[in-house]
Design a protein around this ligand. Structure first.
Ligand code: A2H
Length: 254
């Protein structure tokens, strides 16, 4: 674990179309006309081009929090509280919670994915989402995150068990960066070579995550986006800055 505060990028994913469960919860009727965003915390803003979906913990509690008169964020209470003290809400320290529900309600909703090749993605369930880290919402980038890749293959194998449509988990990984050793799709390559079977293989996944992170950061070159051809190490803060300038992301620390 990191000793100092962890600097995340909080990515705003506006709800484009509510899924069936969210429709029954009548969320739009309870938010005073505000635009609603799922907000995900990531350490890899440069990979947002390759989002194929986003994840929530189905049994974790999420809230809808008014940030100002125009926008409301969906995240854990813990994250909303941190945001309130980091000046992300209109009035510092104030938390205005409009609703609360389990993550399962959000599965099947479609959200806009900032900078992604796929402009809209489905919200899907992930067992390993921790309520104590980030916002409880995780962007899924199966090209570069072994956890995301393993979870998606579990979902694709048993869609009915997870309560999703098979097509929602059938989107192929999108190449974002290239490394000399692992090519254009480092996470699927590691899953294969390390024989990782599912999201339950947490020990091997931790090892794969470490390799993918270091290889991508130190040896990767961007394949897409404004900084195509640039080293990942240099592109990473630039993509983050662009996303913040476009008001599609914020700095978030914990
Ligand atoms: B990362 P750290 Cl491409 N529970 O974003 C579980 N995982 C969470 C989470 C939560 N509550 N909140 C965030 N995360 C994930 C992209 C990515 C990430 C890639 C590769 C590696 C990677 C796309 N998913 O993380 O424990 C988020 O996934 C590996 C470090 O604070 C976030 O960044 O170091 C990362 O874990 C934060 O993990």
């Amino acid at each position: 674990e990191a000793l100092g505060p962890q600097e995340y990028t909080a990515v705003k994913m506006e709800v484009a179309e509510w899924g069936a469960a969210a429709q029954s919860a009548s969320i739009p009727d309870k938010v005073g006309g505000r635009k609603i965003f799922l907000v995900a915390a990531t350490l890899r803003p440069e990979t947002m081009y390759g989002q194929t979906n986003c994840f929530v913990g189905p049994t974790i509690k999420y809230g809808v929090f008014a940030m100002n008169d125009k926008e409301a964020f969906i995240c854990t209470y813990r994250a909303a509280r941190n945001m309130a003290f980091q000046g992300i809400t209109q009035s510092r320290g104030e938390i205005n919670q409009l609703m609360e529900f389990d993550g399962s309600i959000l599965v099947g909703t479609r959200v806009k994915a900032p900078f992604a090749i796929h402009p809209e993605v489905y919200v899907l369930p992930m067992e390993n989402v921790l309520p104590t880290k980030g916002t409880g919402v995780v962007t899924s980038v199966p090209s570069d995150s072994p956890d995301d890749c393993a979870t998606l293959s579990d979902l694709a194998k048993k869609p009915a068990f997870y309560g999703i449509e098979a097509s929602w988990a059938a989107i192929p990984p999108v190449p974002v960066l290239s490394t000399p050793t692992y090519g254009d799709l480092i996470a699927p390559a590691l899953i294969k070579s390390m024989k990782i079977q599912s999201q339950k293989d947490v020990k091997q996944l931790a090892e794969a995550k470490e390799i993918a992170y270091k290889e991508g950061f130190y040896n990767g070159v961007m394949l897409v986006g404004e900084f195509k051809g640039m080293k990942v190490e240099e592109a990473k803060p630039k993509v983050r800055e662009r996303m913040i300038e476009a008001e599609l992301a914020m700095a978030y620390a914990e």
